[in-house]
Structures are given as C-alpha cells and as structure tokens.
Ligand binder design. Structure first.
Ligand code: HEM
Length: 372
C-alpha cells in the first residue's frame, strides 16, 4: 500500500483552476490564433500581481487607519511598500513579453475581443483608488468609461471603495499630526520663511551684481525669482494655498504639505528618517505606476498605431493623457520646488535636535559626563 502523499502541490495551488482558465476566443470561432495564449497568460499574470499589490496596500492602510499609529509598525509598512515596488518593477518589465506578439499577429484575434479592454481591470482600478486616485482626479474620458464600460456591480464596488479613506488621505492625516513644528518658542515656519527670504534676497543680489548679464537678461532672471517668491508665498499663506488646492495644484491639506516638506528638509534627524523613507517609497510607487503607464502606452502605439482601443478609447492618445494625469501623490514630486540647501536651513533648538536623535547617543554622553 502506498503512503498518503499529504498536502499535494497541484491541489494546494489549485492548479486545475488556474491552468484550465485559458480559453482562446479565436479557438471558439474555429480558427485558434497561436499568440492568443500568450496574450491571455500575460494578462492573467498581471492580474495576480495586481491582487498581491492590493493585498499589501490593504495591510499598509490597516496600520494607518488607526487613530494612533504604533511606531513599531512603521518598519513593516516600509517593508511592504518596498515589496510593492519590487513587484511593480517586474510589471514594467513584463511589457517585453507582450511585445513579442507582432502587430500583424495581434490582428488575428484582436477584433474578437471588442468591447473587452484592460480598462475593465477592476484590480488595476482598485490599486489606483487605494493609493488615492479618485474620480475627480481623472481625465473626463476616463470618468466617462467608468460609467459606460463597467458592469453595474463592479462600478458599485469601486464607488464604495472611493468613499473610503485612501492611502493618500491617511498619509495626509499622519503628516498633519507632525510634532516638532512648534517647540516652546521655536516656530519652524517663521524661521523657514526668514531663511527663504534671505536666500532669495541673496540670489537677487548675485543677479544684479553679475557683470556678464545684459540689463534685459538680468530683468528676465529677476522676474523668474519673483515667480519663485510667489510660489513660496502660496505655501506660507493658508488662504492662497486653499485656493490653489481647489484648482488642483496641491492635493495634501496645508498642514499635510508643510509636514511633508519638514520631513524632507530634516530627514538627517534619526527620528525623522523613517517618515522620509515612507514618503520616498510612496513617491517611487507613484513613479513606477507612471513608468508602467508609459511603457504600456508606447507598446499600444506600436501594436495599434493610431487605431482605437478595443474598449473604444482613442488608444495611445488616451493612455498618454492618463500617464500625465493619473498620479496618486503629485505633491511629493512638487515638494522639490520648496527645498532650500542644508546650509540655509533654520537650526533646530538643541533640546529638540537631541530629542530627534537616537536615545542611546544621549545615554553615552551622560555616561561620559558621569565618568568625568
Ligand atoms: C497587445 C497588448 C495590449 C494592447 C493593444 C492594449 C491596449 C489598450 C488600450 C487601447 C487601452 C485603452 C482602453 C481601450 O480603449 O481599450 C488599454 C487600457 C488598459 N490596459 Fe492594455 N493593452 C495591451 C496589453 C495590456 C496588458 C498586458 C495589460 C496588463 C494588465 C493591460 C492593462 C490595461 C489597463 C489596466 C488599462 C486601463 C488603463 C487606464 O485606463 O488608465 N493592457 N489597453
């Protein structure tokens, strides 16, 4: 009698379901197109990775959904976000595989797929929404397709998802709670504003003293500097900021944006570094999503030229527009505008700087004092 095998690989992975899930549309029509198998398997692989990304995002959102975020959980958050990034790199590279289908061979089965489209990937939409891309951030064609191309139940579940707090919302809330911005009589933003004014005055003096520039060139550079001053004013003046936010130029709340700027400026302080890593990972995830969109859009141009997509969009043009527009954390990219060099940064009060360092470093100093 043979021994029982115990847990069995194909059953554990339910391979019967997965490996039996490739049904060629061209085969059903009696003329199987060889490359349709690759087309289906590539898409299915993407959907599985999308599922994993959603799973990791849920775990991250869970941590941030707590009124008090436990410091200890931040390490895990960073680990999961880094995992998402690693998967995304594979997703960008996987475009290479679909590109082994030539545009001519694609024609063998493409029309049979109309009106199905990647646009109907609810997993992809879930990733976008969970990160923070909501209907109001999408281009009008994208919003239109939401209404017209999705099944009612899919649309409803995406609507429900949009009503929940996204990772963007939760990050904003976390940033607004940034301590350290006011410490006893130290008001960080007042000091920062002074530093910015001094820096810009210095730059203006350099332009005016530059003998290699004509008056016209000087005027041009001074005008540019005036525009930079106006940009800085928009973050120092809460009302101006609110107006620009309404116009879509900022997405974080005013306090959230300032919190993110502070984290970027003082990332060398050990207590701030984890926050900086977190924001950097969000930036990288947003960038990789954009990289995927770009590669997908260029692949689509190569595959279709200027033809419409099977889902009815303008194809390459539509996808290029989403590349520019569908961003989850635009503020984290634009923050660079407001960074000033380290040597111009307001010095933090000693007591605060010590509190932002590693505890054991303070202990060592104390021990040294005791030895003395
Ligand atoms: C021959 C290969 C492919 C072609 C020609 C193609 C074409 C298109 C086109 C034209 C659209 C715009 C909507 C429409 O009009 O249909 C689109 C959207 C989309 N495709 Fe593809 N695609 C291909 C492969 C893939 C693969 C492998 C994936 C992986 C999942 C994918 C995922 C998506 C997604 C998620 C969208 C929605 C994007 C958005 O609305 O921002 N596509 N595709």
């Amino acid at each position: 009698m043979s021994k029982p095998l115990g847990i069995y690989y194909p059953e554990y992975l339910q391979l019967d379901k997965i490996l039996d899930a490739q049904s060629l549309e061209s085969g059903k029509q009696g003329d199987p197109a060889h490359d349709e198998m690759l087309f289906i398997i590539t898409h299915q692989t993407y959907e599985l990775w999308f599922k994993q990304i959603v799973y990791e995002l849920d775990a991250v959102i869970d941590v941030f959904d707590d009124p008090i975020i436990e410091d200890k959980k931040m390490g895990r958050v960073l680990h999961l976000l880094a995992r998402i990034k690693t998967i995304q790199r594979v997703l960008v590279q996987q475009i290479d595989i679909i590109e082994t289908i030539t545009p001519h061979d694609f024609l063998e089965f493409r029309d049979l797929l109309i009106p199905a489209s990647g646009f109907q990937s609810t997993m992809f939409k879930e990733i976008e929404i969970k990160l923070g891309i909501k209907r109001q951030h999408r281009i009008s064609a994208d919003c239109e397709f939401f209404k017209s191309r999705l099944k009612k139940e899919d649309l409803q579940s995406l609507d429900t998802l949009e009503a929940k707090e996204t990772l963007h919302d939760l990050t904003d809330r976390w940033l607004t709670e940034m301590p350290f911005l006011r410490y006893k009589d130290f008001d960080f933003w007042k000091s920062y504003q002074n530093s910015v004014d001094q820096m810009l005055d210095k730059e203006q003096a350099i332009i005016e003293a530059n003998v290699t520039l004509t008056d016209r060139e000087k005027q041009f550079q001074v005008n540019d500097l005036t525009m930079t001053r106006a940009k800085f004013e928009s973050i120092f003046d809460e009302e101006k900021y609110a107006q620009l936010r309404l116009e879509g130029q900022f997405r974080f709340s005013h306090q959230g944006f300032l919190g993110a700027l502070f984290v970027n400026l003082y990332r060398d302080e050990p207590m701030i570094y984890t926050g900086f890593r977190f924001l950097t990972l969000l930036t990288e995830i947003d960038e990789l999503l954009t990289n995927w969109r770009q590669r997908h859009a260029v692949m689509v141009q190569r595959m279709l030229g200027t033809k419409l997509g099977t889902g009815g969009s303008s194809g390459h043009d539509y996808l290029t527009a989403t590349t520019q527009n569908n961003r989850a954390f635009p503020d984290l990219f634009n923050i660079a505008t407001f960074l000033i060099p380290r040597n111009e940064l307001p010095k933090l009060p000693d007591e605060l700087a010590r509190a932002l360092g590693y505890f054991f470093r303070g202990e060592k100093d104390r021990l040294k004092e005791l030895e003395l």
